[in-house]
Design a protein around this ligand. Sequence first.
Ligand SMILES: C[S@@+](CC[C@H](N)C(=O)[O-])C[C@H]1O[C@@H](n2cnc3c(N)ncnc32)[C@H](O)[C@@H]1O
Length: 427
Amino acid sequence: MGRGGFGFCNVLGMVDRSISSTLDQAMSPTNAKPIQRFLYAACQHGAESVLKQALCEPVGPFRLAYSAKGFLTFKSNMATPIWSRALIEHPLVRSRGTVLERVEGTESGPMVEQILASYVSMDWEVLHVWQRDTAQPGWNGFEPGESLLAQSVAELIRNALRQSNDAREVRASGVSRETPQIPASIATAEACVATHVMSPTEVLSTVPLERQAPQGAKILEVIIDEPNRWWIAAKYAQKSYDFCPGGVPDLFFPEEVISRAYYKIAEAFEWGGIQLRPSEKVVEIGASPGGACQWLLDRGTKVTGIDPAEMDERIANHPNFTHWRNRSREVKRKAFQGFRVLVCDANVTPNYTLDTVEAIVMYPTSQFRLLVLTMKLPDWKHAQKIPEHLERVKSWGFESVEARQLGHNRREYCLLARRRVSQRHST
Ligand SMILES: C[S@@+](CC[C@H](N)C(=O)[O-])C[C@H]1O[C@@H](n2cnc3c(N)ncnc32)[C@H](O)[C@@H]1O
């Protein structure tokens, strides 16, 4: 596991002393109003430099305190309460919170004991255990959220709490893909997001455009940075992903997926709290080989895939699938009539994606209510253009436009846009 290559040791020394002194004042059980000065942000390997630039002085309000691949801490000049609502927000931030302490040791057992001795009396409601990414998503089979270590640490904590009749919930990232103990869709729907079912007649008219904020909860986090170095953090959950350890929903995936796009689209709909009604007509640009189509067909929808490349034969032969073997710009705009959901995963630049989608959704007969666009970033610097992308999509009449780098995204992010019953064109 690598670390950021800039003055890491000096910075770490500063964090150690500062955190200890802050915690001396802040974490004493008798202290009614604990405060903190450090925040953390977790992200995909490679996204760190974008976050440092966006969040640190002179552009942002923070100073970098600690940097490892996929995990950063920042020092703020302002002391804020532990359960502050003012957490770091950025489309590339997967998980965020306030840092309370760093714990080091050689064995999980004593480290868990130390944590519980300090925090069992604190007023947290749920405890999350998760591990920072050890690789980029998809690299050598690695997928974010999968961590046997996090699961075993959570089990130790659960057992210790049980022994003292403490019934608070302990959740770990890393539900196994092959042997889920409970259907993850049920667990996730209840615990992670507020799920909205589209009505039979209107795809999105019943979906609140401002997604319901999940009920706030005080979450204590044990973040495994290295097996012998953990961070304790806290967050007052505000967004749907705050409810998932490390910001990655524990979805159930079948053993055989046609491509990783299956994971991406599943996570996108989970993040958006959106369920498709069976028989909904969905069109995907950049559909080959068919992972996303597989997920969509599994939901009972009727899928049209646009791609000059061949589809996997399991998709190509599916009765609810139609292949338009073209580039998207070769398809007549009129042909999109009747579709209300557009998915795009073409490996083209963000501007090409936006030009293509704009031409489709602004066509007079367009009835699209929901766009799920995977925006490929040619380089990490391109992430600075995300606000421009969002503004552009808003200008097409979509009231709710959001961006997030999903756990299963690679160097790309998910743009989710929805609008009510067409304002531009009545249906
Ligand atoms: C990342 S792959 C898509 C993976 C796919 N969504 C899945 O679920 O397996 C990108 C695809 O975009 C397609 N593509 C690139 N430019 C395109 C265009 N202008 N129109 C349609 N498809 C395009 C490529 O042929 C390629 O198959």
